[in-house]
Design a protein around this ligand. Sequence first.
Ligand SMILES: [Mn+2]
Length: 433
Amino acid sequence: MHIITTHKNTDFDGLASVIAGTLLYPGAVGVIPKAVNKNVAKFLSTHKTAFNIVLPNEIDHAAVTRLIVVDTDQWRRLDRMDKLKTREDLEIYVWDHHHHDGDITAAWICKEPVGATVTLLVREMKKRGMTLSPLDSTVLLIGLYEDTGHLSYPGTRAEDAAAAAYLLENGADLNVAGFFLDPPYEETQKDILFDMMKYTEKVTHNNYTIGINIIKLDRKVPMLSAIVSMYRTIINADAIFAIFINDETSSTVIGRSGVDRIDVGAILRKFGGGGHAAAGSATVKTQDYLPGKLKIEIIDLIKQSKTGGAVVADLMSYPVTMVSPETPMHKVRTLMQEQKIRGILVGEEDRLEGLLVLWDFKKLKQEKQWNSPVKAFMIRDVETVSPGIQPSEAAEIMVKKNIGHLPVEHDGKIIGILTRTDILTYFYGMLPD
Ligand SMILES: [Mn+2]
């Protein structure tokens, strides 16, 4: 017997990957853990019989000869599979997209950092030229959309979008997908959301705003992660960590991030949890961390994180070319052409007096003006920035003042120049080394 299973508290990517597995490995049975997320439970209540899936207690573990694990690579996350852990004759395959290394030793493994595990299985389906039913395509698309935030989370790869295209070609129904992905909020969820809004501690790190909440739950609330995601958008934070006190014994931290540089999964792994850069969670025992202590530890980890990002000094160009204010315009033009630069600083020694950009050449109306000194055409009121500020701050100054060149000043000296090109290069992820 061949079985395919996934992690407990199964989300749609886990379910979709199991169902995709039953299509890729004909004859294999999908085993869905007893504990599944609320929206997955809602989906299964009406769709279960359409798929070849059973519960862990419905299988004969002794008869299992091949175990296919999807969307995790950790034994502790599987439901009632411990009996298989020590079996030496068992063949194990793993399909996963999580960054960390788990403890399941597999004979064959497909592990790549795409946005959703189902993307990896879809790639194999495409390779085999398979066509899918609209129902299968729909559930696979729900998994893909849930894990990638409709292809919007920073961890989304081009291949995820290609997988979505394939599923839509095969008839995936966006109305059905939308129904299960954005379930209506009920009173309990609204109460939690209002509780969160009453007070959020905000921490600023490297120009990013991170919200932290501690909320006491008086009963089990489904869809907490959806509430946290929504809350992050409402308060416009770059990332959010919500600590939910379940009872005296444990708290659950749910983190969401909208920026690549705050890796929620990496932070929550320190507390025994996991996830991706954009989304993660951890359940923490009160005996290890009281909620207040947990909050302080999370803030510390955010502040220590090495992925703090570049500063202007990392992006600026140097050395800078500076000409004296008396330099004739024709010389300035030649210099800029030779050096292929669009702006040049004007000054003496360390004293910056002005800036001339390509655009200023348009001020020259007569040929003889090319013999005039640059000081007659330069911009005198030059904005400078310090090397330690964030690229986003510098970008904001450029936008506000509508300028494309910012001389970088340190201890009264001009040490470099930051241009729009430098900023664009940075924001499109091509940080020069
Ligand atoms: Mn996943």
